[in-house]
Design a protein. Structure first.
Length: 292
């Protein structure tokens, strides 16, 4: 039987290092970080606090320089920030004197300056409506709840129609109910746009529900990729169906087991370790009996 055709690579991270100068000498936060994401893939980075997850994300965003290594985005070396990457932070960082609509338009005007004023306005209105802010888009951030402000941040990122979406714990400050609602909003937008996405999270259940693959990072300093787990559930996904699937608990146990018992192990230091950008195929064959 023929193998399914894989999508082209959107992001290639090759031996990324991040080193900071400190009064006590160089401090290596991330070392030899390797990862490849296919076009349209949704991947999450998970690991203990301080392991360098956000550092990797900021390097991909171009907001933090690479100390060593190479980053290829859509077939070209990526240097510095650009509109080809949309970012959503834990706090949406909205300009308080502007309305939600004006905050989204700020980026739209910069990226789509050749489009007509009507086209730019329609683009901002569309994404604000899709995230559920049709009736609140002309309110200022102070008039919006934390969840509504984060919806503005999501709309702003998608309105730029970037090649990659980068999410730095975007739901970390929200209550459980709002977090679940916005996860669904994010998935609906992602399904329509199929933007390659890399997300940082501490939440194992969130990683399983959202991801195609979960990338586990070893403890810092000198953090690297410790394991990669492919999530087998078909899309679109139902939270209820996933949680009733016995494979869900196997996946959850594997992720928690890594965080509790194996995150201190550096694969690159293991004598029998064979360097690999993606260990998911081997792992999914060992862990799961059903096809991906």
């Amino acid at each position: 039987m023929s193998q399914p055709r894989l999508n082209p690579k959107m992001l290639e991270l090759d031996r990324l290092w991040k080193i900071y100068d400190t009064p006590k000498g160089p401090a290596t936060i991330v070392k030899n970080f390797n990862l490849k994401l296919q076009e349209g893939e949704f991947a999450t980075l998970i690991g203990h606090s301080g392991c360098g997850k956000s550092t990797v994300l900021m390097m991909v965003a171009g907001l933090s320089d690479l100390s060593k290594g190479n980053m290829i985005l859509a077939g070209r070396e990526a240097v510095g920030p650009g509109p080809d990457r949309g970012i959503v932070f834990q706090s949406p960082c909205l300009l308080p004197w502007m309305t939600a609509f004006e905050n989204v338009m700020l980026g739209v005007n910069q990226v789509y300056f050749t489009a007509s004023k009507t086209e730019r306005r329609q683009l901002a209105e569309y994404y604000l409506s899709v995230v559920g802010l049709a009736d609140a888009m002309h309110k200022k951030p102070a008039e919006l709840s934390q969840g509504m402000r984060q919806r503005v941040g999501i709309a702003r990122a998608f309105a730029l129609q970037p090649k990659m979406l980068l999410l730095d714990e975007p739901f970390g400050m929200l209550d459980a109910l709002t977090r679940y609602e916005l996860q669904e909003v994010l998935l609906n937008l992602w399904r329509k746009n199929k933007i390659t996405t890399l997300m940082v999270t501490h939440d194992v259940d969130e990683a399983i529900f959202l991801s195609d693959r979960v990338v586990m990072m070893t403890d810092g300093p000198e953090a690297e990729v410790g394991d990669i787990l492919r999530i087998p559930f078909e899309r679109p996904r139902s939270r209820k169906q996933i949680m009733e699937d016995p494979r869900y608990y196997e996946l959850r146990e594997h992720l928690i087991g890594f965080l509790n018992d194996r995150s201190h192990i550096r694969p690159s230091r293991e004598p029998d370790f064979q360097p690999s950008i993606d260990m998911a195929e081997e792992l999914s064959g060992q862990l799961l009996s059903s096809p991906v």
